[in-house]
Design a protein around this ligand. Structure first.
Ligand code: ADP
Length: 497
């Protein structure tokens, strides 16, 4: 261990030994130098710190062993002059072992019994391990910061008092605010006021119970729009188990929320549709079955009379009407599935729209008469184009059927005109009309502007008509006022699009 060499240390070996034993618990190094800065004492801790044995340094110059001592600050010289000098966080290399590191050194003059300075005593604290740990921590923090900033999610971190002290770059980019603005509870300014209370309640309840939490709220984006955020917070702990606050990650779920809403609406529409469809299909079937039962009963008793007085004919007519209604309904349903799967095919042939409208008008005349609707047709212009005849017929028939369904007892007017680039068909009724707010909606699938209890129907006819017209490159519109009737206007391009 320590080797006694000079006169000075020979006089005070017990003092250095005593100091050494005091420092042992701290693991501090203790060295003594004579006036020529040669080592006279070198304790066990110094051997561990420097990797050099005492017998290797005794009598050697301190500046040779620790070159930094020869640099600028002149610690040794000043100590020899009577000062107590500190060298803090100094980088050192130990010549001999080539060990490197950091140390704190305290240099004091060494007095003999007569009060004369006979050398320097130096206490050394090795900081190498501590510095390394600090560097590693710094590196870990830098790595975390880089990772956090590159993460596609918004991240935040709060302290044990609940205040937020970290937001990653994605968060700051999202809100368009600075770290200072978001700091503490500043971030909560961006929460939509309707979600604010619930959000705070969830956060603090979970925080106080140190529970993982999940909450959804609207957060203002830099463009001023509110976006739905799913925020998941987890308590964090230091390695010794002390609660250190929370870390949270957020994702933008606005699109997911919209999709969920759309899906829910689609399921609702489907359920509504199924109930309407079963009702619609059952009504004509019930009529049909009642009519046939009563006919059968009557036929069993007096067939000849019935044949004579026209009862059979009337029953057949009722049956035919109901069957036609069923066919129309089933056709509508088939069209929906064709349109949904993109299988609606248009097979164009050349024909005159005026001819077709006159034909449809005469075919539907009996129904119009039965509904008490006087029909007038103005279709003199030749409006020849290349369209799918059956499909266009379907559109016209649908509009006329609606005119008499929603305006029974009042006249229906049809006209065909030729415009520069298209043929224009108008179907006008004087029925219940359609409120402005409903006029766009009724062209959507399943959309209706009348109660089911008053008017039968699927809410599909106009949607199908619009799809057919669109497949021809044309358009369909409505002009109407509630209570004053409606005019549906179809335009079909004269040349194929
Ligand atoms: P449906 O008649 O089977 O309900 P449509 O798609 O043909 O389905 O029409 C959708 C809705 O548009 C109807 O429910 C009705 O509210 C409204 N509508 C259609 N045509 C007329 C019209 N001529 N007069 C008043 N309302 C109409």
């Amino acid at each position: 261990m320590s080797t006694k060499l000079s006169l000075a240390t020979r006089r005070a070996p017990s003092m250095l030994g005593f100091a050494d034993s005091l420092l042992r618990s701290e693991g501090a190094g203790l060295v003594a130098l004579d006036v020529g800065f040669r080592f006279t004492f070198w304790n066990g801790a110094m051997e561990r710190i420097s990797g050099i044995r005492a017998d290797e340094v005794m009598g050697r110059s301190a500046i040779d062993v620790f070159p930094f001592l020869g640099e600028q600050e002149e610690h040794l010289g000043r100590a020899l002059a009577g000062e107590t000098v500190a060298a803090q966080r100094r980088r050192y290399t130990a010549a001999g072992s080539e060990r490197e590191g950091f140390l704190d050194g305290y240099f004091t003059p060494f007095f003999d019994e007569g009060g004369n300075i006979v050398g320097v005593v130096c206490v050394i604290h090795d900081l190498t391990a501590q510095k390394l740990a600090e560097e590693q921590l710094g590196e870990t923090e830098r790595r975390f910061q880089n990772m956090a900033d590159a993460a596609p999610v918004l991240l935040w971190m709060s302290e044990p008092d609940g205040l937020c002290t970290f937001f990653n770059q994605s968060w700051l980019d999202f809100t368009g605010r600075t770290m200072e603005e978001e700091w503490g509870v500043g971030w909560a300014e961006g929460i939509h006021f309707e979600d604010f209370q619930k959000c705070m309640d969830t956060y603090f309840a979970a925080f106080n119970a140190r529970r993982v939490f999940e909450m959804e709220y609207r957060l203002r984006r830099s463009d001023g729009n509110y976006r739905w955020i799913l925020d998941r917070g987890t308590p964090r702990y230091t390695p010794d188990g002390t609660f250190a606050g929370y870390i949270g990650s957020c994702i933008d779920i606005t699109d997911r929320k919209h999709m969920e809403g759309e899906l829910r609406k689609a399921v609702r529409d489907r359920d509504d549709f199924l109930s309407i469809a079963s009702h619609e299909l059952r009504t004509p079937l019930t009529t049909l079955s009642l009519e046939i039962q009563s006919l059968k009963r009557a036929l069993g008793k007096r067939a000849k009379v019935l044949a004579k007085n026209g009862r059979i004919e009337r029953s057949a007519e009722v049956a035919e009407n109901q069957i036609n209604r069923l066919i129309t309904l089933v056709e509508e349903l088939l069209d929906v599935s064709r349109l949904a799967s993109g299988r609606l095919r248009v097979e164009p042939t050349e024909f005159d729209l005026s001819d077709l409208v006159r034909e449809v008008a005469s075919r539907l005349k009996p129904s119009l008469d039965a509904a008490g609707c006087a029909l007038s047709v103005e279709a003199h212009a030749r409006a020849v184009g290349s369209w799918d005849r059956l499909r266009v017929e379907q559109v016209v028939a649908n509009l006329v059927s609606n005119a008499l369904k929603y305006g029974p007892g009042s006249p229906v007017e049809m006209s065909v005109t030729r415009e520069t680039e298209c043929a224009c068909l108008k179907v006008r009724d004087h029925g219940i009309g359609i409120a402005l707010a409903d006029q766009r909606r009724i062209f959507q699938r399943f959309e209706r502007a009348v109660p089911m209890s008053h008017y039968s129907g699927f809410g599909l006819g106009l949607w199908i008509a619009r799809e057919i017209v669109a497949a021809h490159g044309g358009s369909i519109d409505v002009a109407s006022e509630l209570g004053s009737g409606s005019t549906f206007i179809v335009r079909l391009p004269l040349r194929a699009a």
